[in-house]
Design a protein around this ligand. Sequence first.
Ligand code: ADP
Ligand code: MG
Length: 331
Amino acid sequence: MTAAPVLRVDGLRVDYPTPRGELAAVDGIEFTVERGEILGLIGESGSGKTTTAMAILRLIQPPGRIGGHATLDGGTDLLALGEKELRRLRWRGMALIPQGALNALNPLLRVGDQLEDVILTHEGRGARKGLAERLDALYQTVGLPRRVGRHYPHELSGGMRQRVCIAMAIALDPPLVIADEPTSALDVIVQRVVAQTLLDVKRRLGIAFVLIGHDIGLMAQLADRVAVMYRGKIVEIGPTEELFASPRHPYTRMLIDAVPAIGHKATVKVAEGLAPDPFDQAPGCVFQRRCPYVFGPCRVAHPPLERAGTDHSVACYLLRDAAAPTEGASA
Ligand code: ADP
Ligand code: MG
């Protein structure tokens, strides 16, 4: 992969002033999304996944503040663009399938009209020519019969509505789609169908995805690489198979251990611990309060994300093995 990544995020942070103090919802993260890949973003509720997505699309509302950089296709910094340029880029340069999207379709408009709207709004009336064929191709790509275009959202099943949302996101053929928990509200079987739809879209159109979710099984099936977030930080990122087969960060291990294996009725050994407190200002590793392996350096500074293999990085002092820094060493 020599071309510029579709998305490069660098030092991204989002801070919210709150009555209890400054809350770092996203605390200086970096990652890339390569052309045509699915990057999974996992981590428990409140870890900053949605805020990351919203920040990249510049949808953070004041008093929230964004910092850092995010470049699309090696081009200009999204975080420095004016509102007009941003509007042009949204949908066309990247599209968002927001959390809860399937309930956010306009209930008063037929599905086909909503899809047409997206295309005509961004491409102008000239796009009318061939529009019907284009919609047909879209329906086909997401596995919907073309008659759904004549239906209102409430007449469709959840899985079908979610596929309409996918169709909308890819209508202008953006190189990148960010999908925030696109299957969470669906039944298990339907989840798999929608997941398969995302895979088909990726393979057929070469669209790259940032796929936010917490279903580890689904991630294993879909993502090429996975990033694990905890309290606003990426604590591990790497190729999906390697990351799930030999997780390096204690938190990743905990997430994987929490998935009950079918047929094994062993007691689930989840360290329940404390839910991460976003206001916890203690210096050191964000995971120290729940980590069974916490030692000296973990209480001094949060460990940097360091290479632990080809394309695999981890933020944990344990991985420095023998060379673990003693207390007082700075990261
Ligand atoms: P996730 O999507 O991983 O569940 P979020 O990105 O929604 O997590 O939230 C990350 C953190 O930011 C949480 O602690 C949440 O309470 C906080 N947060 C999100 N949006 C706001 C906001 N508008 N104002 C203040 N805090 C917020
Ligand atoms: Mg979320």
